[in-house]
Design a protein around this ligand. Structure first.
Ligand SMILES: *Cc1c(COP(=O)(O)O)cnc(C)c1O
Length: 376
């Protein structure tokens, strides 16, 4: 059996260990220290737009704190893009609130502005104004930022931007991760850069950054003893992990360029396949990091399907995976309200994510292309 080709695996740049060794030699082996502060500075500089960043233990933790800071409480409703990874929706439930799911639109695969507005109007007419909107840049593709922000402003409902998959993507030449009232990033092992596990909460407000750090370090009031007037969490990023992050920031732009090259590789590979489309930017003002390259496959008379491609690749130990299964179709969320049609459901049926790492070598690309060619 050939060694496994992963969808997306960690890709170290080279300097990560220097920062980690520094943490050891100075004994900053703790969830605070120079790497944590340095990593936050690096991210603030990279994102621009006066971003203020709190480094946390995961993207999920960042979403949880974002909702707390926006005042989401038990029995509130939060609007959430249905087609996403479950980590986007779970923190709503941690708080005892209800997710209200919204369908995708076909261009970006992300939250449909029309169905978002329909959902808001209907929830208000039923007596409850949603407390927040969570929109996601799936696979690095920006959502329709201008349209979604306009609706968020019109109804005065704050926007949480889930940019876990979109560090390095831009919309109107501004970085994804800077558009939400609060935005979040993830540095899990499979993301565009990794700290092994980690995340960040981004805002433009010093007070929000302070609040996130306060809540993530057990909500200790200013006193010599341990004094608490809030419930706290243990969500701060470790100084060891932050060291990996500092090294990764040095290669982020290069890794984005390599992921985008993978997208071109698939465009080239599938150019003669009428039934296959490679997901790419629908508009000039969008620039995707192409965290994962995805295709949709129209089923044909001769039996091609996304599942057939998946199984064929698996024969040579090549990983591929269906798109995120929409949350409104998940057993755990079957009673949650949903607004939309069958756009995300159809994408789920037709779509496939392909190996997209910035570290795939020519031999591995050859294995992928020969397996695909074998099917034509
Ligand atoms: C990965 C991911 C998250 C969660 O991030 P973790 O760091 O794994 O907790 C949230 N939302 C989306 C869309 C993701 O892809």
């Amino acid at each position: 059996m050939n060694p496994k080709i992963y969808l997306s695996s960690p890709h170290m740049g080279g300097n990560e260990q220097t920062y980690v060794n520094e943490a050891f030699s100075t004994n900053w082996v703790a969830p605070l220290g120079p790497n944590v502060n340095g990593f936050e500075k690096d991210l603030e500089h990279y994102l621009g737009e006066n971003s203020r960043v709190a480094a946390l233990s995961s993207g999920t933790a960042a979403l949880h704190l974002a909702l707390i800071i926006l005042g989401v409480e038990r029995d509130d409703e939060v609007i959430c893009q249905s087609m996403t990874f479950s980590a986007t929706a779970n923190p709503i439930v941690y708080l005892g609130a209800t997710p209200v799911f919204v369908d995708s639109e076909p261009d970006t695969w992300n939250m449909s502005p029309d169905h978002l507005e329909e959902a808001i109007k209907d929830r208000i007419s039923k007596g409850k104004k949603p407390k927040a909107i969570i929109a996601v840049h799936l696979y690095g593709m920006p959502f329709k930022v201008d349209e979604i922000i306009a609706i968020s402003k019109k109804y005065e409902i704050p926007l949480v931007e889930d940019s876990a998959e979109a560090l390095g993507s831009t919309y109107n030449n501004k970085k994804c991760g800077t558009f939400g009232d609060i935005s979040i990033l993830s540095f899990n092992g499979n993301k565009i850069i990794t700290t092994s596990g980690g995340g960040a909460l981004v805002s433009k407000d010093d007070a929000i950054k302070e609040k996130a750090i306060f809540l993530s370090t057990q909500a200790r009031d200013k006193a010599p003893h341990y004094q608490h007037s809030h419930i706290g969490y243990n969500y701060r990023l470790s100084n060891i992990c932050a060291g990996i992050g500092r090294g990764q920031m040095e290669v982020l732009d290069h890794h984005v360029a390599l992921r985008r090259k993978m997208n071109l590789f698939y465009k080239d590979l599938f150019q003669d396949w009428e039934e296959v489309s490679v997901f790419s930017e629908p508009a000039e003002n969008m620039y995707s990091n192409h965290w994962l390259s995805c295709i949709t496959v129209d089923e044909t008379a001769h039996g091609l399907s996304s599942e057939k491609i998946r199984v064929t690749l698996e024969e040579d130990n090549i990983e591929s995976r269906p798109l995120w299964k929409p949350m409104h179709l998940q057993p755990i969320f079957e009673n949650a309200p949903y607004y939309g049609t069958i756009i995300s459901e159809n994408l789920f049926k037709k779509g496939l994510c392909l190996p997209s790492g910035s570290n795939l070598n020519p031999m591995e690309l050859k294995r992928i292309s020969s397996k695909i060619a074998q099917m034509q």
